[in-house]
Write a protein that binds this ligand. Structure first.
Ligand SMILES: [Zn+2]
Length: 423
């Protein structure tokens, strides 16, 4: 059969098209091949024995195999990252952050590359593949989340509570100027009815939790939320299946949090009394979790020019609170209050946690399995195992031997793609 000039032209075009597609895909290895971390010391979870020389194979955003190097069959076209001398854990969670840094506000005006760079500096380069934002401007946080999930911006999974709830006259003294300077506002609660309506609205708008200021620090003292108001907000959040975080500064505030059914204490309280065995017993029995935020106290005390012996006393009290809560079986979630503080480096927090009596296993749990269990993600996140999310951190060192290795980040993988590589 003779080919018409038309058919010949069509075939030539098809060949050209296939060549074009082939060239496109071969230039994007991450898109069509698997990713494998090889020769790593793998910590599958806090409870499991590490694999000394392990390989983790990832495909389509999931871990498909993990085991000793040599036993895991890695496809020839897979992208390899050699992790000799390094350790790998599941991606970290920071369960107390704020998307309130000036550079992240008004994110609609920030280019994708700039946003990626900002998120990298604050979160990603410290190993966080998930962050729980516990007070911000919800519309802005949701916008950043959507840009990350669409693939336009590289960043962590963002969970958010949106705008926090504080009583009338209870806008904390330390955020007033910030809100004004940045032309954003967060309303004060007028009544229980208005507050519960706002809880419903924020949940409808995609909030993953609710944050209340049980204690608000004001110029002339601390304003504590009435128990009835706290109860109304907490029960509305629980009706929607959402956890409630509470800012507390005092033992009295902790009592309000307990009575109203709060789920997570957002701080230790070193400026008030030590935590008694009976208090931590009740907190543990109520299944309360805690983000210790120890670095914050050091920073705040230095800001006030406190003498070093006073700083040491405050830190010792925070240590006591963390230690007694942890020993009573309370659940610790790693959290730094970054976004309120501008110290992004996490090494100091690991040092304080370790000084507060937390073992390597407990600190790893606070970064991975505790938050995934607390927030309902443990079926697919928080451990290195077949079928789990391919969210991983490669550490330059072994945190089982040196706790500060938790802040020496070599590579961060989210959904099977690298979102940060150390320069
Ligand atoms: Zn905070």
């Amino acid at each position: 059969m003779e080919l018409s000039p038309y058919t010949v032209a069509m075939q030539a075009r098809r060949v050209l098209f296939l060549l074009f597609v082939g060239a496109l895909f071969s230039s994007l290895p991450g898109l069509c091949s698997d990713l494998a971390l090889i020769h790593a010391k793998v910590y599958p979870s806090p409870a499991e024995t590490p694999i000394e020389n392990g390989t983790i194979l990832m495909r389509n955003g999931r871990i498909v195999e993990v085991g000793p190097t040599g036993k895991v069959k890695v496809p020839r076209d897979a992208t390899l990252i050699d992790c000799k001398g390094m350790a790998v854990t599941a991606g970290f969670w920071n369960s107390h952050v704020h998307i309130l840094i000036a550079a992240l506000l008004h994110s609609e005006k920030i280019s994708g590359d700039e946003l990626t760079a900002q998120l990298q500096e604050i979160f990603t380069r410290w190993g966080f593949t998930t962050v729980f934002d516990i007070a911000s401007i919800q519309r802005n946080s949701m916008l950043i989340r959507r840009r990350i999930e669409s693939g336009e911006v590289k960043g962590p999974r963002i969970l958010t509570v949106g705008e926090p709830f504080w009583v009338k006259g209870g806008t904390p003294v330390y955020v007033k100027d910030f809100l004004e300077t940045n032309h954003v506002s967060i309303p004060e609660v007028e009544s229980a009815a208005q507050a519960t309506e706002r809880v419903r609205q924020q949940v409808r708008d995609g909030a993953d939790g609710i944050k209340i200021f049980v204690d608000s620090i004001e110029e002339n003292g601390i304003l504590t939320m009435p128990v009835d108001l706290a109860k109304a907000i907490v029960s509305e959040a629980h009706r929607a299946g959402k956890p409630v975080f509470a800012h507390v500064s005092t033992t009295r505030g902790i009592e309000v949090a307990l009575e109203s059914g709060v789920d997570i204490l957002a701080h230790t309280t070193p400026f008030d009394d030590a935590w008694s065995p009976s208090l931590v017993g009740r907190l543990a029995a109520a299944h309360m979790a805690l983000t210790p935020t120890l670095t914050l106290w050091d920073i705040e005390a230095k800001k006030q020019h406190a003498p070093s012996n006073e700083i040491e006393k405050g830190m010792a009290k925070a240590d006591q609170q963390l230690q007694s809560f942890s020993q009573a079986g309370g659940q610790i979630l790693f959290g730094t209050d970054v976004g309120y503080i501008y110290q992004f480096d996490t090494s100091e927090e690991f040092m304080w946690m370790s000084r507060g009596g937390m073992s390597f296993q407990r600190i790893l749990a606070s970064l991975t399995t505790n938050p995934t269990a607390r927030f309902g993600y443990s079926s697919h996140s928080g451990r290195i195992a077949k079928g789990m999310d391919a969210d991983l951190v490669v550490l330059d060192g072994d945190p089982g031997k040196d706790i500060t290795a938790f802040s020496k980040i070599h590579e961060v993988v989210r959904g099977g793609h690298s979102i940060y590589s150390a320069p």
